[in-house]
Ligand binder design. Structure first.
Ligand code: C2E
Ligand code: CA
Ligand code: CA
Ligand code: CA
Length: 276
């Protein structure tokens, strides 16, 4: 008994234990944030190649923390995923994004809205119902909602594949995010109901300096077109990158060059200007 008490005492002062305590606290905080309205969406436009007209917008979640400031997804998504808080978080994102997109359409600026969905969300039995309800509540055309998934998410999961089929049956569009970074890109495109391919920004970053990156982007665009898929280049930061991407036939572009992710009102103002 003395030995196990000693062991417990050691564990009590173990720094790893403190980290665990922090995680438990962070989880509680994150759940409270979801319930208490501390989550906000940042919006980043997707513009058409050639005329630069905004056709869509991606919703990116932020946590307006009461004393830690505005936190990006890299600072809390992994925790949300581990603890299951990703489900209520995702509900907020889908509902808010649909409502905002419906409002922009009413203001005369219809744009499709993209939301990101994690593996846990896509495997959740109520995800399709959430999407159906959110579209109905906002009175948004299902074709105006795009659900972004990554290759790693959809690999080897019949449950996720069924979710994607059900979403497509509703009229929702599926985009394959971070394309080119996975291992089975071509198989994924063939076997799932993908409508849009988003070329990962690591390729866009090298498009001016790395011949291989330009070749990969060109090959993805050609293949996508032959498969009847739309293409979006992510992370476009310069006019020079834009020029190369347009030359190889990219459909749409997204990146800091047009607008970094912005609060709904700032995006709204940008959109009114873009659409004039
Ligand atoms: P992502 O879906 O690949 O989103 C693009 C990320 O690139 C965003 O980071 C965006 O701010 C950033 N970005 C946009 N344009 C540029 C550019 O020109 N240059 C560079 N260097 N970066 C650019 P963010 O907002 O920090 O989001 C990170 C990731 O978190 C997202 O990557 C997405 O996977 C995930 N995420 C964001 N919001 C949600 C959400 O609501 N739900 C889920 N499940 N995941 C989300
Ligand atoms: Ca995305
Ligand atoms: Ca991406
Ligand atoms: Ca990414």
């Amino acid at each position: 008994a003395a030995k196990s008490a000693g062991k417990n005492r050691v564990q009590f002062f173990d720094p790893a234990m403190l980290q665990l305590d922090d995680a438990v606290e962070a989880e509680a905080e994150l759940r409270a944030a979801v319930d208490g309205g501390e989550l906000v969406l940042a919006y980043q436009p997707v513009v058409a190649a050639g005329d630069g007209r905004c056709t869509a917008v991606e919703a990116l979640v932020r946590w307006a923390h009461p004393f830690r400031g505005l936190l990006g997804p890299d600072q809390f998504l992994a925790l949300a995923e581990e603890t299951g808080a990703i489900v209520p978080l995702g509900e907020f994102v889908v509902r808010r994004a649909c409502a905002d997109a419906a409002r922009w359409a009413q203001e005369g600026h219809p744009v499709a809205v993209h939301v990101n969905a994690s593996p846990t969300q896509l495997a959740h039995p109520r995800f399709v119902e959430l999407v159906r309800e959110s579209l109905a509540a906002a009175d948004l055309d299902p074709g105006q909602l795009v659900v972004e998934v990554t290759e790693t998410t959809v690999l080897d999961s019949p449950v996720v594949a069924a979710t994607l089929d059900a979403l497509v049956a509703l009229g929702v569009v599926i985009a394959l995010d971070d394309f080119g970074t996975g291992y089975s890109a071509l198989t994924t495109l063939r076997s799932l109901p993908i409508g849009i391919v988003k070329i990962d920004r690591s390729f866009v970053a090298g498009v001016l300096t790395q011949a291989a990156d330009q070749a990969v982007v060109e090959a993805i665009v050609q293949m996508a077109h032959r498969l009847g898929l739309e293409t979006v280049a992510e992370g476009v930061e310069s006019v020079e990158q834009q020029d190369v991407l347009e030359r190889v036939g990219i459909g749409s572009l997204q990146g800091y060059l047009y607008l970094p992710p912005a609060p709904a009102e700032a995006f709204s103002a940008w959109l009114a200007d873009n659409r004039r």
